[in-house]
Design a protein around this ligand. Structure first.
Ligand SMILES: Cc1cc2nc3c(=O)[nH]c(=O)nc-3n(C[C@H](O)[C@H](O)[C@H](O)COP(=O)(O)O)c2cc1C
Length: 355
């Protein structure tokens, strides 16, 4: 343990760095849950690549721009955000906290950002909405069943959710060694109040197609986003369908191993369709510098998955707020160092690409 690790009884709100928060979460979580959240698919090559590709990007700061205090407000798929750091959907969040989705939704509201609520999480999507003024967006893991997707979308709309995404990178669960080692009986036993057993069964088979997406777009009034796009051709197709956005993501390296880093996919997708569809990205975003790099490459906002989980494990709702404060605090500092007045101004000019 590092000398700076916080004591076991530390409050998450006392954690001074992201590293402190992660260390506290590590000590509070049983090994199987830690491994489930921290781990990824296969040899975890994509998990490592997500991080390495962010670290490899260098900034190109400019001097004497007179930028003043930077503004962080942005929007994505109709969600108005005071900060570009959104919370990612985490289906099995009940492993960390039985009311985890509600705690995260409240934390997002306090931090001026949106929470994407996983349909496979707890408590129910209606309870989450009753507990937090938002903004909230619902993530669907439906793989096959149109009627089920429409029902869930309608419930989200009725409860005040402002956007919807379909996760398209998970036609089946990833092959995760760390999860298999523990067998994770706790995870297998998990259910969600959002779907009964029949609903969970109907959500299973991977037969969804682009026609289903087009159908859902026409059935649902909420802005519709696809999460888990990495191919340029798929992003082009999403733009052709007039969808509200794409979340460029390899699921934090948890689904198909040996893919490009999400930030590498973002760069290619932004080149091809960045002017036709709104982009967000996730994958190993842990620091304000990561956020600045993602925005410079064409994302309007980012999502944090594991960081949110570590905050929740370290200190519940307050821990998630602390995680967001640390990242946005460093983002503000980064923008000031770069001479940028507004997150919307970040561009490739602020990176040394090809260096
Ligand atoms: C424990 C865990 C469970 C997740 N469950 C879901 C899910 O149910 N649906 C989904 O679209 N993404 C899910 N994700 C992926 C996240 O939404 C996000 O894409 C990913 O965590 C981003 O990478 P990061 O964890 O490195 O920030 C999950 C991630 C984790 C860590």
């Amino acid at each position: 343990m590092a000398l700076t690790d916080p004591p076991e009884d530390a409050l998450a709100s006392d954690c001074r760095t992201v590293g402190d928060l992660v260390a506290l979460a590590r000590r509070r979580l049983p090994d199987d849950v830690w491994d489930f959240v921290d781990g990824g698919a296969g040899t975890e090559a994509t998990v490592a690549r997500n991080r390495a590709a962010l670290d490899a990007l260098l900034f190109a700061p400019r001097a004497l721009r007179g930028a003043g205090t930077p503004r962080l407000a942005t929007s994505f798929a109709g969600l108005e955000l005071d900060s570009p750091v959104m919370l990612a959907p985490v289906g099995s969040i009940a492993l960390l906290d039985p009311r985890g989705a509600a705690a995260c939704a409240r934390a997002a509201h306090r931090a001026g950002t949106a929470a994407w609520i996983g349909v496979l999480s707890s408590p129910s999507l209606e309870e989450v909405a009753a507990d937090s003024p938002g903004p909230l967006a619902l993530q669907l893991s439906v793989r096959s069943d149109r009627a089920l997707a429409r029902d869930l979308a309608q419930r989200a709309s009725d409860s005040g959710y402002a956007a919807l995404c379909i996760t398209v990178d998970s036609p089946t669960d990833g092959w995760r060694d760390r999860e298999r080692r523990h067998i994770l009986q706790r995870r297998a036993a998990l259910t969600t109040p959002n779907l009964d057993r029949t609903g969970l069964g109907r959500a299973g088979a991977p037969t969804m197609t682009w026609e289903d997406v087009a159908w859902l777009r026409d059935e649902v009034a909420l802005p519709l986003v696809l999460k888990g796009i990495t191919a340029v051709a798929d992003a082009e197709r999403a733009a052709d369908l007039g969808l509200a956005g794409v979340i460029v993501s390899n699921h934090g390296g948890r689904q198909l191993d040996h893919q490009p880093a999400a930030i590498e996919s973002l760069q290619r997708i932004a080149d091809a369709v960045g002017d036709r569809i709104e982009l967000a990205v996730d994958g190993s975003i842990m620091r304000g510098t990561d956020v600045a790099k993602a925005l410079a490459l064409g994302a309007r906002a980012v999502l944090v998955g594991r960081l949110m989980c570590w905050g929740l494990a370290a200190g519940g709702e307050d821990g998630v707020v602390r995680a967001l404060e640390l990242v946005t605090g460093e983002l503000r500092t980064t923008l000031t160092q770069l001479g940028v007045a507004d997150v919307g101004e970040l561009s490739r000019e602020h990176l040394m690409l090809g260096a």
